[in-house]
Design a protein around this ligand. Sequence first.
Ligand code: PMP
Length: 335
Amino acid sequence: MQSAADVTQLIGNTPLLHLRQVSERTGCTILGKAEFLNPGGSVKDRTALGIIRAAEAAGELKPGGRIVEGTAGNTGIGLTLLANALGYKSTVVMPMTQSKEKIDTLELLGADLHLVPAASYADPGHYIHTAERLAQDYAAKEANGVIWARQFDNLANMHIHRDTTGEEIWRQTDGKVDGFICAVGTGGTLAGVSQALKAHNPKVRIGLADPCGASLTSYFSGGELAPSEGSSIVEGIGINHVTGNIAEAQVDHAWTLSDRESLPYLYDLLQHEGLCLGGSSAINIAGAVKLAEELGPGHTIVTILCDYGNRYQSKLFNPVFLQNKDLPIPAWLDI
Ligand code: PMP
């Protein structure tokens, strides 16, 4: 009989999916790592597991202990389902601007959920600083121990991506991968995968796909941390400070991709390849096209399909929302 012993064993070992239209368009083989197949529905299940296992190994997390985290939602979902499976409690702090579907999912899973107003990182009310404060408050009154997961600076995040996501990509492509690109929320995925692939073959080219309003294209192109023009409706990515994890990334190219040019990839995928993905996957695929154009036809490029589209149905697939943001509305949703 073949079975997984528990939900942790369902995390990772995701397949690579050939993305037909963008491959045809660029003459490259563009592959997406199907991270939406993780049990919590996103790439961030890996981070949640990596952080929990590192805290257990360090003796910081004991049975009945609490994990506190600030998140755009997906890490909170991963941490909460793992907390439920492994005998911990979870507290999730999230900006209230995130999608209703992610808030509903966290409530469904039984997270101790704290929604805070969107604020700049410099503001003490920012969700990351709020999580740190809440972790201190809980630590003062709970006996079983409390950890603040610190996914932005905790290198257990990039380590799990280096040891799993990156190694899987190398194995699944038989070492024939020429380029990898993805967007950055914490930088864990990009840093971990870049380190694994460059360790196997330093010639693998690593790209960073930044949404409008984020500062990393500027940082990796010229060293200055300046936000690009405009803004993005895409959740979970786009940062304006250098996290501990992104500081570990080995980046060769960086591009800023607008929602206007990226979202049509999502709609084309849904209509013609049967896959409904979230917005960060659109930025990633648009980035993969840029990297393909940079490297030229005949190369193999991998990116991340971070989460499923139903997590953003009220935004990315809502014609009224798209119209209010002056974004293209896919034909079958048009009002
Ligand atoms: N896509 C989505 C939907 C996410 O939630 C996140 C993480 N916030 C990312 C991409 C970025 O991943 P990372 O934190 O590894 O940079």
